[in-house]
Write a protein that binds this ligand. Structure first.
Ligand code: APR
Ligand code: ZN
Ligand code: ZN
Length: 361
């Protein structure tokens, strides 16, 4: 029997979000219904609401979530009712050319639930990133559920479902930060701070946080930054070079997603160093660089999709490190809120007042 639950809908471009009754079908083959316990408010949810990610309104927002599996459809063997899971938005297929080459974190054919959740009048909803977890329950592909230790608080666990995983993964997976490395992180919101925390976890010796907002730099320091640079006041490329013996950092992580900050990242890295782009640009942005510099500076220029994470490998490991006190994921939760406070949370996010607001259900 389909169930009716409350969910946060973005009804149309730039219209305020509102709570509606959402019809959640029973899970079909390969699907699971999850009782959502917590879901973080991410920029991507705001972009959906603003019409920046297509116009398939109405959207069911929310995608940074943790909860308990309530029921599963035919053929589901990896999770069962009662499992505590983090939802991921890249359920790997196991069959595409990336998966077959043993690189499932790049899977080129990730999937979501086949059935659609609807409004009570039958209008089909588009779940944000194939999840839609600002709702009491949601329908996902079983592969989007990753089991982790239930000892962790849901509002903390859910964060790994998106921004925090993207940042940590940018450092440890894409950037391959290692013991003794120097790292610079440009843009210290939730994603950049997670890159700072990931770099500390990986043993980086020097972690330089760059932002235009002193409040953000202060938080970055508490996450593990050893140096901070306000790039409104100081040229960040010069500052990073000075802090690294005149050379530049081994790894520079761009967590803003703009051409000017990418250019800073490009020139603030040492010869043969690595640039990781985890900030997401918009379609009209263009990057211009002297090709000779691209060649002459060597190294690698990489992009990080979702922190190049493999949920089944990375989520349980990071939750274990958190539970052991080696990774403070709780520091990313600025506030917990109710389902009907998402609109205000968007405003606070827009003002830069929060790292993460997390809806608890
Ligand atoms: N130079 C340095 N820092 C900047 C600049 C700039 N020119 N412009 C903005 N910032 C800082 C902001 O002050 C803020 O601290 O970048 C940070 C961005 O953080 P958030 O807005 O909280 O965004 P976050 O959730 O961290 O995501 C960052 O990654 O996944 C993507 O879509 C996401 O593109 C976004 C980026
Ligand atoms: Zn997100
Ligand atoms: Zn695949």
């Amino acid at each position: 029997m389909a169930q009716e639950v409350r969910g946060v809908i973005a009804p149309g471009k730039d219209e305020p979000v509102r709570i509606e009754t959402v019809v959640v079908p029973d899970p079909g083959p390969g699907e699971a219904v999850v009782r959502v316990q917590a879901c973080g408010v991410c920029h991507t949810d705001l972009h959906y609401k603003q019409g920046g990610i297509g116009d398939d309104f109405p959207f069911l927002l929310g995608h940074e979530a943790a909860g308990v599996v309530e029921s599963v459809g035919d053929g589901v063997t990896d999770v069962e009712p009662g499992d505590f899971v983090i939802l991921n938005w890249r359920a790997v297929c196991g069959k595409c050319r990336a998966c077959l080459r043993g690189r499932p974190w790049y899977c080129f054919d990730t999937h979501n639930a086949k059935q659609r959740m609807t409004l009570t009048d039958g209008t089909e909803l588009s779940p944000a990133l194939g999840i839609g977890a600002f709702a009491e329950k949601t329908l996902v592909a079983a592969g989007q559920c990753t089991k982790v230790d239930p000892a962790v608080a849901p509002q903390v666990a859910g964060l790994l479902g998106c921004g925090v995983m993207a940042g940590i993964g940018a450092a440890i997976n894409t950037g391959n930060v290692g013991r003794g490395d120097s790292v610079a992180v440009i843009g210290c919101g939730g994603v950049g701070d997670a890159a700072v925390a990931g770099s500390r976890l990986a043993g980086a010796a020097k972690i330089i946080a760059v932002d235009i907002d002193d409040r953000k730099l202060e938080t970055a320091r508490s996450m593990g930054a050893t140096h901070t640079v306000n790039s409104r006041e100081t040229d960040p490329v010069e500052a990073i070079r000075e802090l690294t013996g005149g050379f530049g950092a081994d790894v520079v992580i761009e967590a803003v997603g703009r051409p000017e900050t990418y250019r800073q990242a490009f020139y603030a890295r040492d010869l043969a160093g690595t640039v990781v782009l985890v900030g997401v640009p918009t379609p009209e942005m263009k990057l211009e660089l002297p090709l000779l510099d691209v060649f002459g500076r060597g190294g690698s220029l990489k992009s990080s999709w979702y922190g190049d994470c493999l949920p089944s490998r990375d989520f349980p490991m990071l939750i274990d490190l958190h539970l052991q006190g080696r990774l403070d994921l709780g520091a990313f939760v600025t506030e917990t809120i109710q389902l009907d406070e998402v609109e205000q949370a968007f405003e606070r996010m827009h003002r830069g007042d929060v790292l993460r607001s997390v809806v608890v259900l």
